[in-house]
Design a protein. Structure first.
Length: 396
């Protein structure tokens, strides 16, 4: 089997767009992979389309032999968009290979260790606050945050993760200076923010109850001093983990040493070379791996290095159902899984866009046994919702 055709397709996903790579073999078999143009710099589609002609005529089954020479030509700038493009090609080729062999992708990764994947509700309350046009019930006060916790408890998910919010006379707004929302480059912490975050967490806990684990994501929103200060200001909360981002492994190791809760990080890193300094510095309790960015095959390599250094991993997964199923196969095959991220709040039309909708039973996602990733975009439905143009970041 040889690669005959490559194209990209995008569709409207409300506050962002969904993007997919389609690779067609000479026998008509199709491999799909979601890629991401919302979280990070724009332009990935252009990079993919520029590289794509180099794959035409290559073997479908030898994905490492296809990716290796491409990676070599990108060695002067191996990360960022270049790495994301390779990840997309790798993931589509894995889907194509699984379908060609008639096996689910987890078999290509060495087989599954588990039949279901524990998930946490990511962006719990967050999407209902930030994107009221697309997620309901809309949250306008702390009572709405409590209701989100109630919804999580009734669904039976084991854990919920939320973000930083300011609650004041102006209403509710997410605090993301690390992403210029607002633009405050000093990234300092003040007491007003601490008070708001505590109120937000208390409201969520009131709804979720004592048996639901609590996670918080601090993103890139502070420097080392600020991370330590807010962690200490929240030391009376029993967190499943505190998530944050830092490009300084020594600083992150110091933050971890000051934290009462496990630290999860690394979701924006690429490849073993970038992960290794964090693992060697014992900077994280849980290494978060973005398999959409890195490619699932490369992500398996990262996960095995983490396992050798006694660190568990968690997939970074805030994309569409297709990426969720890529991460389900990844999470099924790695030995050192902690838990998987999943956005429970979905767009009203998500269910119409895919051949398979992820199934949650008893707080865990079922691992299907269909060939490939087991979830294809439905092209007619995608094309009926053409991609939109955005000026802001993540639709904010």
């Amino acid at each position: 089997m040889r690669i005959e055709q490559i194209e990209t397709i995008a569709c409207d996903a409300g506050w962002r767009n969904y993007h997919y790579l389609k690779i067609v073999a000479d026998d008509g078999t199709v491999g799909w992979a979601e890629y991401d143009e919302a979280f990070g710099p724009a332009g990935l589609t252009g990079v993919i389309e520029k590289i794509a002609p180099r794959l035409i005529g290559q073997s479908v089954l030898g994905h490492e032999a296809v990716i290796g020479p491409l990676a070599a030509t990108l060695r002067p700038a191996p990360h960022g968009l270049a790495a994301e493009a390779l990840g997309a090609f790798e993931n589509a080729l894995l889907d194509l290979k699984g379908k060609a062999l008639g096996v689910p992708c987890y078999e290509l990764l060495g087989g599954k260790h588990r039949d279901s994947i524990p998930v946490y509700w990511s962006h719990c309350a967050t999407w209902r606050i930030n994107h009221p046009k697309f997620y309901s019930p809309v949250i306008t006060d702390l009572g709405g945050v409590t209701q989100a916790g109630v919804d999580a408890r009734e669904l039976g998910v084991p854990a919920v993760k939320t973000n930083l919010f300011v609650h004041d006379e102006r209403g509710i707004r997410q605090w993301m200076p690390g992403f210029a929302a607002p633009y405050e480059p000093s990234l300092n912490l003040d007491k007003k923010l601490v008070t708001s975050v505590r109120s937000h967490l208390d409201a969520l806990i009131a709804g979720a109850g004592p048996d639901t684990e609590l996670l918080i994501d601090l993103n890139f929103n502070f420097k080392t001093e600020g991370f330590v200060k807010i962690i200490k200001a929240l030391r009376d909360y029993d967190f499943f983990w505190i998530e944050l981002d830092s490009y300084n492994p020594q600083a992150l190791a110091y933050i971890r040493s000051q934290s009462h809760a496990p630290i999860a990080a690394c979701e924006t890193l690429f490849g073993i070379r970038q992960f290794l300094p964090y693992l060697q510095a014992q900077a994280v309790d849980v290494a978060i791996i973005d398999a959409v960015w890195n490619g699932v095959w490369q992500s398996m390599k990262i996960a095995h290095v983490a396992d050798a250094l006694d660190v568990n991993i968690a997939p970074h997964n805030f994309y569409s159902h297709q990426a969720t199923m890529m991460n389900v196969h990844f999470a099924a095959a790695v030995p050192n899984l902690r838990i998987m991220e999943h956005d429970i709040d979905r767009l009203a039309w998500d269910k119409d866009l895919f051949s398979y909708i992820p199934e949650i039973q008893n707080g865990a996602m079922v691992v299907p046994d269909t060939p490939g990733w087991g979830c294809d975009p439905i092209e007619d439905m995608m094309r009926a919702r053409p991609a939109r143009a955005f000026k802001g970041y993540l639709g904010l």
